[in-house]
Design a protein around this ligand. Sequence first.
Ligand SMILES: [Fe+2]
Length: 313
Amino acid sequence: MDIIGIGYLGFESANLDAWREYGPKVMGFQIGTSPTADPDTLYFKLDDRRHRLAFHPGKIDRLAYIGWEAKGKLEFHAAVERFRSHGVEVSFGDPELCEKRGVKELIRFRDPVGYQHELFYAQKWSPRSFVPGRPHGGFVCGERGVGHIVVITPEYTPELEHFLTGIMGMHWYGSGAGKGKTGFFRSRLNDKTSHDIAYGFGPGKAGVQHIGLFVRSVRDVGETYDLVKKNGLQMMMTLGQHSQDPHMSFYHFTPSGFAIECITELEPWHDDGFELNPEQLSTWGHEIVGPILGPSVRTPAEVFDPEVLHARG
Ligand SMILES: [Fe+2]
């Protein structure tokens, strides 16, 4: 499937007021304009797309959907055919849903774990429209998407890996350096970042663990770091550099209980040419100073809707 990467992410949150404050002031997000059909959702712009992150009102804080971007109409419809030929149930978004997401067309589908995904093309875009919520050099999104996400899966199965690599056509990036079973995957057309999504095995657990957002400079990482400390937000890992990416980052917790990894590229990532098997998570820094699994990681019964739990058995 000719997927570029994650075009947008949607969450449900019981803490929209906290996000409205934290998003612009700490992260530098721009509060976007909510479509008339969806006035209660908080939309954040990170670049010139209409939005990249959506926070829908909800009873608990949880991931709502991962929006994958197909290169265009032809690639989108080829992907729909491929899903159907593999027996994956897909449903087309109606015009109202497409308007909410700001896209031409989208389908919805679930992965074998039960997470909701969407595939779309042509999200609304206005050149030079991004105005950060505070002085900020900007996010690296554009042709590579919003960044990456790590979700927890209560079972890590061959079926999951087949779904991602065999059907969605993702590259297998490796298992990382964690002690538990984790799989890192990169969209077929992504040649800019090492992974778009990772599934971490957490028995009896589910939920989003962190999202990774790329900023343009070391200064943007440093200033965000200062603001996180100044606002007394819980840190997960201090500044550091992962073994598997030429990037510098730190992790802190958001109002939804998952972490944001704020990342800058020290040099462009390039395909390593072989599967990495890092001896350790990081070459320097990344001291663990908080929980690795925040309150966003819960039981499957809390994270998934009843029909998903029923389908999961
Ligand atoms: Fe990350």
